[in-house]
Design a protein around this ligand. Structure first.
Ligand code: AMP
Length: 436
């Protein structure tokens, strides 16, 4: 059997690379201007890093999604299902709490979850992640949300919906969990299996259920935002006031919850209608207490991540394409065996300024021009015995068909002039020369 890509994974082909690169460059630029610096952490960590960040009432759904395995030394390792835990592990390990706070870090790369595969849901996918560590101010929450929105705006993505809510402080959460247990326990038989499990371990997460009968049971109930204590309420009001005054569009969502246990207060999601059922582009929240939980100093933090595949899907759907592949300016055709090393050497010099390709075997003019055409180049540059005798090359514009003879010494200037002109204009500056 010929193995294909593992289910839920895929290849990013050469023609798709410019979009990916442009997305990462845009994120780097927008985040960099806000003083967010890049950090790269390994794709796998000791499993405890993720087990601890998932929390005591380890959400079974999250646990089951993790790729955890034993290496040859008997160590238990987990492929990162998200970035936060690994970034905070690195923050602690490098004593980054001694740097000026807040420390702002972003990362990008693959993440792994053993999910049911569908549109927008893969087993290896990519995230851009941002963490603002060491600040409890509501301004930082607003900044985090605004940065996420700014990245989407810089990517040119319209139709983005930002939902902001709060899960409150631990006390509020306890109170809300107790409330859900109280009202839902008598009806637990009507809940889906996952929701029954969640009612036992982490009732708040019931609100995430997509099950219709669960949703009916939940519909008349209070939401976390309704039961906030005064401090969490004041914090939430400050966050929304800041967003309002910065003109960041958002809506308040009373029932927003985040997957993991460690979230406190602000939680947010960004959605896009054009990408099917998995409409969440990204989300995040405040996680005061997580750093201490991972064995670090007790510093607050807030972060977010967005899914690169979903954002590219949304951009594509909006007809907003991103990034361009550099077009090959010239394809050099060797017309006799002597010209093969000549064009190879010429290509090396010209590549200092342009994308240049060349043939590796001698071709007749017809085949050579076809090769040049297939490469997508704007120009074919032909070199054979006649050109050698004249210390020249023949340059043919593959769109207009015009061709000119250009002295070798003048070729760099000629190519520069062509490269500076829009593709639609002709390229020939002089006519005549060695016709082929
Ligand atoms: P989460 O950490 O679950 O909040 O995910 C943050 C974002 O990552 C989501 O909004 C998605 O855009 C993306 N994402 C999460 N899981 C997957 C997946 N299995 N496949 C593709 N994208 C995902």
């Amino acid at each position: 059997m010929r193995p294909g890509a593992v289910k839920g994974t895929y290849d990013i082909l050469p023609e798709d690379q410019p979009r990916w690169r442009a997305l990462f460059e845009t994120a780097a630029r927008v985040l960099g201007r806000a003083g967010v610096e890049e950090i790269t952490t390994p794709v796998f960590e000791h499993r405890e890093v993720f087990d601890k960040s998932v929390g005591d009432s380890a959400d079974l759904v999250v646990q089951k999604e993790m790729y955890t395995f034993q290496d040859r030394g008997g160590r238990w390792l987990t492929l990162r299902p998200e970035f936060t835990a690994g970034v905070l592990r690195a923050f602690i390990e490098h004593g980054m709490h001694t740097r000026p706070l807040p420390v702002k870090l972003w990362s990008a790369g693959p993440a792994f979850r053993a999910e049911n595969v569908q549109r927008g849901r893969f087993r290896q996918f990519h995230q851009v992640n941002c963490e603002l560590v060491g600040g409890g101010s509501a301004l930082l929450d607003a900044e985090a949300i605004a940065l996420l929105v700014d990245v989407f705006a810089a990517l040119g993505l319209p139709g983005v919906h930002v939902k902001v809510g709060s899960v409150g402080d631990p006390d509020d959460r306890e109170r809300y969990n107790a409330y859900l247990r109280e009202v839902l326990s008598p009806q637990r038989e009507q809940l889906s299996e996952t929701s029954r499990e969640r009612l036992r371990l982490n009732p708040l997460r019931l609100l995430d259920s997509k099950d219709e009968s669960d949703q009916m049971l939940l519909a008349p109930l209070h939401r976390p935002l309704d039961l906030l204590g005064p401090e969490a309420r004041a914090h939430f009001d400050e966050v929304t006031a800041a967003l309002g005054s910065w003109g960041v569009p958002f809506e308040v969502d009373r029932s927003i919850v985040r997957g993991l246990d460690y979230y406190r207060r602000t939680a947010f999601e960004v959605h896009h209608a054009g990408i099917g059922a998995q409409s969440a582009l990204g989300g995040g929240g405040r996680y005061d207490g997580l750093l201490a939980n991972l064995g670090g100093p007790d510093l607050p933090g807030i972060g977010w991540a967005f899914g690169v595949e979903r954002v590219l899907d949304a951009l594509h759907g909006e007809g907003a394409e991103l990034g361009e592949r550099e077009q090959t300016l010239a394809y050099l055709v060797p017309l006799d065996p002597e010209a093969v090393p000549e064009v190879a050497r010429l290509a090396r010099t010209l590549r200092a300024e342009h994308r240049i390709e060349h043939g590796y075997v001698a071709r007749n003019p017809g085949k050579g021009l076809r090769d040049a055409d297939r490469s997508g180049a704007r120009l074919a540059v032909l070199r054979g015995s006649r050109e050698r005798a004249a210390s020249a090359v023949v340059v043919k514009d593959l769109r207009s068909g015009e061709q000119v003879s250009v002295a070798l010494d003048d070729l760099p200037a000629h190519l520069r002039a062509v490269a500076g002109r829009p593709v639609s204009e002709g390229t020939a500056t002089t006519s005549g020369g060695l016709a082929r």
